[in-house]
Design a protein around this ligand. Sequence first.
Ligand SMILES: CC(C)(COP(=O)(O)OP(=O)(O)OC[C@H]1O[C@@H](n2cnc3c(N)ncnc32)[C@H](O)[C@@H]1OP(=O)(O)O)[C@@H](O)C(=O)NCCC(=O)NCCS
Length: 284
Amino acid sequence: MSQITIRLVDTPADMARVEQLQAAVWSGADHEVVPTHTLLAAAHNGGLVAGAFDGDRCVGFVWGFLGFDARTTPPRLKHCSHQLGIHPDYRQVGLGFALKRRQWGFVRQQGIDLITWTYDPLLARNARLNIGKLGAVCNTHRRDEYGPLHDTMNAGLPTDRFQVDWWLSSDRVTARMLGPQPAAPRLADMLAAGAHLLNPRAASGAAQPPGPDLAAGLPAVVLIEIPSDFLALKMEDAAAGLAWRLGTRAAFEALFGRGYVVTDFVRDQDRALYVLTQETQDAH
Ligand SMILES: CC(C)(COP(=O)(O)OP(=O)(O)OC[C@H]1O[C@@H](n2cnc3c(N)ncnc32)[C@H](O)[C@@H]1OP(=O)(O)O)[C@@H](O)C(=O)NCCC(=O)NCCS
């Protein structure tokens, strides 16, 4: 992958390549592709479109626009990152991370210290990238954020999303952008240190969604397991996919309501688990 270059995209010719790539990333919904003119308007007005190019071919992109974070008064200026996509043949070699690091540098230079975006909390690879590798945190769960989407990744289920906060100048993010990745936490160590696993596996050994009731008096660190490959699971068994959607929706909403924040992600052999810590986001 050494021939791949990452660069800003702001010409009609390059933007058409970004438009084309979307169909390969989110197949089955050509009408949901963001068109060249919208991407150019964002790029020419304070937003960002960056691409990963293999020669002339665009194999990855990230884009976003300026927005306001309405949780503070007055609202805080932020960058709203809308899509990150890597061609299936170019995944898992760090291009997603490299594009986000480019975005981090660009937005910081604008004097903005917050980027937010949404992603499906049941996708373990996205969680590993967003929470584990990039150091974003989350205490916002949005039900059915985009209504029905028709691409193969999203079709058939409510489009619940985490909205993550990426605090660009925080120690946790700066360390990840500039230095080597911190060691990912290990499940056995977390359990030994007193973390509570909200959805223990069934007697069969299968991961199962959290139940409807949240116990009182949970410890400061709570773990929620998610499927290691949710897309395969829901293709095989749509009812199981919905049970995971609704079970995790209830659990995340309840925990966020109690002041928990998603602060890390465990990937241990075939297991994938969120780490939630009861503290304020300002601590990050
Ligand atoms: C999500 C996506 C952008 C990631 O891109 P990428 O270039 O593969 O990302 P990276 O290589 O930087 O990081 C991916 C990490 O996830 C890990 N991963 C892959 N599959 C995983 C799984 N099932 N469970 C946990 N982690 C997983 C990879 O091993 C890697 O971590 P590592 O560096 O510790 O090995 C890409 O998969 C994609 O385009 N997906 C479809 C579109 C999408 O979901 N976009 C984001 C929302 S808009």
